[in-house]
Design a protein around this ligand. Structure first.
Ligand SMILES: [Zn+2]
Length: 245
Protein backbone atom coordinates (compact mmCIF):
# COMPACT_ATOMS: atom_id res chain seq x y z
CA UNK A 1 0.00 0.00 0.00
CA UNK A 2 1.16 3.49 -0.81
CA UNK A 3 1.42 6.00 1.95
CA UNK A 4 -1.06 8.84 1.80
CA UNK A 5 1.79 11.33 1.87
CA UNK A 6 3.47 9.75 -1.15
CA UNK A 7 3.62 12.98 -3.14
CA UNK A 8 6.16 11.49 -5.50
CA UNK A 9 3.76 8.79 -6.61
CA UNK A 10 0.88 11.25 -6.91
CA UNK A 11 2.92 13.60 -9.11
CA UNK A 12 4.07 10.69 -11.25
CA UNK A 13 0.51 9.45 -11.75
CA UNK A 14 -0.74 12.97 -12.48
CA UNK A 15 2.04 13.40 -15.03
CA UNK A 16 1.16 10.08 -16.69
CA UNK A 17 -2.53 10.93 -16.78
CA UNK A 18 -1.84 14.43 -18.10
CA UNK A 19 0.37 12.89 -20.80
CA UNK A 20 -2.44 10.50 -21.75
CA UNK A 21 -4.90 13.40 -21.86
CA UNK A 22 -2.49 15.38 -24.01
CA UNK A 23 -2.13 12.45 -26.38
CA UNK A 24 -5.91 11.89 -26.60
CA UNK A 25 -6.66 15.57 -27.20
CA UNK A 26 -3.80 15.65 -29.68
CA UNK A 27 -5.39 12.81 -31.64
CA UNK A 28 -8.68 14.71 -31.88
CA UNK A 29 -6.86 17.90 -32.86
CA UNK A 30 -4.71 16.16 -35.48
CA UNK A 31 -7.79 14.44 -36.91
CA UNK A 32 -9.53 17.79 -37.31
CA UNK A 33 -6.45 19.40 -38.84
CA UNK A 34 -6.08 16.51 -41.27
CA UNK A 35 -9.73 16.84 -42.35
CA UNK A 36 -9.28 20.58 -42.77
CA UNK A 37 -6.18 20.23 -44.95
CA UNK A 38 -7.78 17.46 -47.00
CA UNK A 39 -10.93 19.53 -47.43
CA UNK A 40 -8.77 22.46 -48.58
CA UNK A 41 -7.14 20.12 -51.12
CA UNK A 42 -10.61 19.25 -52.48
CA UNK A 43 -11.41 22.97 -52.90
CA UNK A 44 -8.11 23.50 -54.66
CA UNK A 45 -8.65 20.53 -56.99
CA UNK A 46 -12.22 21.63 -57.72
CA UNK A 47 -10.96 25.12 -58.62
CA UNK A 48 -8.30 23.60 -60.87
CA UNK A 49 -10.90 21.44 -62.61
CA UNK A 50 -13.12 24.49 -63.10
CA UNK A 51 -10.23 26.41 -64.65
CA UNK A 52 -9.39 23.53 -66.98
CA UNK A 53 -13.06 23.17 -67.94
CA UNK A 54 -13.21 26.88 -68.75
CA UNK A 55 -10.07 26.59 -70.85
CA UNK A 56 -11.50 23.57 -72.69
CA UNK A 57 -14.77 25.40 -73.37
CA UNK A 58 -12.78 28.30 -74.77
CA UNK A 59 -10.90 25.95 -77.11
CA UNK A 60 -14.16 24.23 -78.12
CA UNK A 61 -15.79 27.62 -78.72
CA UNK A 62 -12.93 28.68 -80.94
CA UNK A 63 -13.13 25.40 -82.89
CA UNK A 64 -16.89 25.86 -83.34
CA UNK A 65 -16.33 29.38 -84.61
CA UNK A 66 -13.78 28.11 -87.13
CA UNK A 67 -16.25 25.42 -88.29
CA UNK A 68 -18.88 28.13 -88.75
CA UNK A 69 -16.45 30.15 -90.81
CA UNK A 70 -15.90 27.11 -93.06
CA UNK A 71 -19.67 26.65 -93.41
CA UNK A 72 -20.15 30.33 -94.12
CA UNK A 73 -17.41 30.25 -96.75
CA UNK A 74 -19.01 27.17 -98.36
CA UNK A 75 -22.36 28.96 -98.50
CA UNK A 76 -20.71 31.98 -100.13
CA UNK A 77 -19.04 29.71 -102.67
CA UNK A 78 -22.32 27.99 -103.43
CA UNK A 79 -24.11 31.29 -103.87
CA UNK A 80 -21.44 32.70 -106.16
CA UNK A 81 -21.37 29.57 -108.28
CA UNK A 82 -25.13 29.96 -108.76
CA UNK A 83 -24.64 33.63 -109.59
CA UNK A 84 -21.89 32.63 -112.02
CA UNK A 85 -24.27 30.31 -113.91
CA UNK A 86 -26.77 33.17 -114.14
CA UNK A 87 -24.25 35.92 -114.96
CA UNK A 88 -25.64 38.52 -117.35
CA UNK A 89 -22.40 40.07 -118.50
CA UNK A 90 -18.84 39.11 -119.12
CA UNK A 91 -17.68 41.65 -116.54
CA UNK A 92 -19.95 40.21 -113.88
CA UNK A 93 -18.80 36.70 -114.81
CA UNK A 94 -15.14 37.62 -114.38
CA UNK A 95 -15.73 39.40 -111.08
CA UNK A 96 -17.57 36.35 -109.72
CA UNK A 97 -14.87 34.03 -110.98
CA UNK A 98 -12.16 35.92 -109.11
CA UNK A 99 -14.31 36.01 -105.96
CA UNK A 100 -14.82 32.27 -106.24
CA UNK A 101 -11.06 31.74 -106.64
CA UNK A 102 -10.46 33.83 -103.51
CA UNK A 103 -13.12 31.91 -101.54
CA UNK A 104 -11.61 28.59 -102.64
CA UNK A 105 -8.17 29.70 -101.50
CA UNK A 106 -9.62 30.90 -98.22
CA UNK A 107 -11.47 27.63 -97.75
CA UNK A 108 -8.24 25.65 -97.61
CA UNK A 109 -6.83 27.95 -94.93
CA UNK A 110 -10.09 27.97 -92.93
CA UNK A 111 -10.32 24.20 -93.15
CA UNK A 112 -6.81 23.79 -91.76
CA UNK A 113 -7.54 26.25 -88.98
CA UNK A 114 -10.77 24.48 -88.06
CA UNK A 115 -9.12 21.06 -87.99
CA UNK A 116 -6.24 22.40 -85.94
CA UNK A 117 -8.62 24.03 -83.45
CA UNK A 118 -10.66 20.81 -83.07
CA UNK A 119 -7.49 18.76 -82.57
CA UNK A 120 -6.22 21.22 -79.97
CA UNK A 121 -9.47 21.00 -78.02
CA UNK A 122 -9.51 17.20 -78.25
CA UNK A 123 -5.91 16.96 -77.06
CA UNK A 124 -6.69 19.29 -74.17
CA UNK A 125 -9.56 17.04 -73.04
CA UNK A 126 -7.14 14.64 -71.23
CA UNK A 127 -6.43 17.48 -68.79
CA UNK A 128 -10.07 17.43 -67.72
CA UNK A 129 -9.94 13.69 -67.15
CA UNK A 130 -6.72 14.02 -65.13
CA UNK A 131 -8.17 16.86 -63.01
CA UNK A 132 -11.34 14.83 -62.40
CA UNK A 133 -9.24 11.88 -61.21
CA UNK A 134 -7.30 14.17 -58.84
CA UNK A 135 -10.51 15.65 -57.47
CA UNK A 136 -12.05 12.22 -56.95
CA UNK A 137 -8.89 11.00 -55.21
CA UNK A 138 -8.91 13.95 -52.79
CA UNK A 139 -12.63 13.46 -52.11
CA UNK A 140 -12.12 9.74 -51.39
CA UNK A 141 -9.19 10.49 -49.10
CA UNK A 142 -11.24 13.06 -47.20
CA UNK A 143 -14.17 10.65 -46.84
CA UNK A 144 -11.88 7.94 -45.45
CA UNK A 145 -10.32 10.37 -42.97
CA UNK A 146 -13.74 11.70 -41.94
CA UNK A 147 -15.11 8.19 -41.45
CA UNK A 148 -12.12 7.20 -39.32
CA UNK A 149 -12.31 10.43 -37.33
CA UNK A 150 -15.97 9.98 -36.44
CA UNK A 151 -15.40 6.31 -35.61
CA UNK A 152 -12.48 7.17 -33.31
CA UNK A 153 -13.98 10.31 -31.79
CA UNK A 154 -16.47 8.72 -29.34
CA UNK A 155 -13.82 6.21 -28.20
CA UNK A 156 -11.27 8.97 -27.63
CA UNK A 157 -13.84 11.14 -25.87
CA UNK A 158 -14.82 8.28 -23.58
CA UNK A 159 -11.12 7.75 -22.78
CA UNK A 160 -10.78 11.48 -22.06
CA UNK A 161 -13.64 11.25 -19.55
CA UNK A 162 -12.10 8.19 -17.88
CA UNK A 163 -8.61 9.70 -17.68
CA UNK A 164 -10.00 13.05 -16.46
CA UNK A 165 -11.81 11.30 -13.63
CA UNK A 166 -8.67 9.40 -12.62
CA UNK A 167 -6.78 12.68 -12.79
CA UNK A 168 -9.22 14.42 -10.45
CA UNK A 169 -8.80 11.61 -7.93
CA UNK A 170 -5.04 12.19 -7.91
CA UNK A 171 -5.18 15.99 -8.02
CA UNK A 172 -7.12 16.23 -4.76
CA UNK A 173 -4.29 14.34 -3.08
CA UNK A 174 -1.87 17.19 -3.77
CA UNK A 175 -0.94 19.26 -0.70
CA UNK A 176 -1.94 22.90 -0.95
CA UNK A 177 1.60 24.24 -1.72
CA UNK A 178 1.93 21.78 -4.63
CA UNK A 179 -1.63 22.38 -5.77
CA UNK A 180 -1.16 26.14 -6.12
CA UNK A 181 1.89 25.79 -8.35
CA UNK A 182 0.38 22.90 -10.29
CA UNK A 183 -2.93 24.69 -10.95
CA UNK A 184 -1.14 27.82 -12.16
CA UNK A 185 1.06 25.76 -14.52
CA UNK A 186 -1.90 23.78 -15.87
CA UNK A 187 -3.63 27.09 -16.66
CA UNK A 188 -0.60 28.72 -18.24
CA UNK A 189 1.36 25.96 -19.98
CA UNK A 190 -1.04 23.01 -20.06
CA UNK A 191 -1.34 19.76 -18.12
CA UNK A 192 1.43 17.66 -19.58
CA UNK A 193 3.85 20.56 -19.57
CA UNK A 194 3.26 21.36 -15.91
CA UNK A 195 5.39 18.47 -14.61
CA UNK A 196 8.80 17.00 -15.25
CA UNK A 197 10.59 13.95 -13.88
CA UNK A 198 14.23 14.09 -12.78
CA UNK A 199 16.27 11.90 -15.10
CA UNK A 200 19.70 10.31 -14.58
CA UNK A 201 19.62 11.44 -10.94
CA UNK A 202 20.29 15.03 -11.94
CA UNK A 203 18.56 16.37 -15.06
CA UNK A 204 15.16 17.84 -15.85
CA UNK A 205 13.40 15.25 -18.03
CA UNK A 206 11.71 17.99 -20.05
CA UNK A 207 14.49 20.48 -20.78
CA UNK A 208 17.61 18.55 -19.70
CA UNK A 209 18.67 21.36 -17.41
CA UNK A 210 20.99 20.21 -14.60
CA UNK A 211 19.15 20.46 -11.32
CA UNK A 212 21.13 21.82 -8.38
CA UNK A 213 21.70 19.56 -5.38
CA UNK A 214 19.75 22.01 -3.22
CA UNK A 215 16.69 21.62 -5.39
CA UNK A 216 16.94 17.84 -5.25
CA UNK A 217 17.14 18.06 -1.48
CA UNK A 218 13.95 20.15 -1.46
CA UNK A 219 12.17 17.52 -3.56
CA UNK A 220 13.22 14.81 -1.12
CA UNK A 221 11.83 16.94 1.72
CA UNK A 222 8.49 16.68 -0.11
CA UNK A 223 8.41 20.38 -0.90
CA UNK A 224 7.47 21.78 -4.30
CA UNK A 225 10.22 23.04 -6.56
CA UNK A 226 10.14 23.99 -10.21
CA UNK A 227 12.88 23.59 -12.80
CA UNK A 228 14.73 26.90 -12.94
CA UNK A 229 14.99 26.59 -16.71
CA UNK A 230 11.54 25.38 -17.92
CA UNK A 231 9.47 26.14 -14.78
CA UNK A 232 7.90 22.67 -14.61
CA UNK A 233 7.11 21.17 -11.22
CA UNK A 234 9.77 18.54 -10.56
CA UNK A 235 9.41 15.05 -9.11
CA UNK A 236 11.80 12.12 -8.87
CA UNK A 237 11.33 8.60 -10.28
CA UNK A 238 10.70 5.64 -8.01
CA UNK A 239 14.27 4.36 -8.29
CA UNK A 240 15.80 7.76 -7.55
CA UNK A 241 18.99 7.72 -5.49
CA UNK A 242 20.13 10.94 -3.94
CA UNK A 243 23.85 11.39 -4.69
CA UNK A 244 25.30 14.26 -2.83
CA UNK A 245 28.04 16.08 -4.80
ZN1 LIG B 1 13.27 21.86 -17.09
Amino acid sequence: MEKSNDIRGVLERIHNLQSQLGELNGRLRRGKLLMKSQSDAIDKNAATLQKINDEYNKLRGYAKQKELEVTHNDQNLERRRTQLREAKSNKEYQALQSQIAADEAARGVLDDEAIEAIEKADEFFVNIEAAEVELKKSQDLFERTKKKYFEDKPVIEADIVTVSELLKVEEVKLPRDFKEIYDRLVRTVGGKESLSVVENQRYCGACNHQIPINSLAIILQKKPIVCSSCARLLYVPKDFVFERG
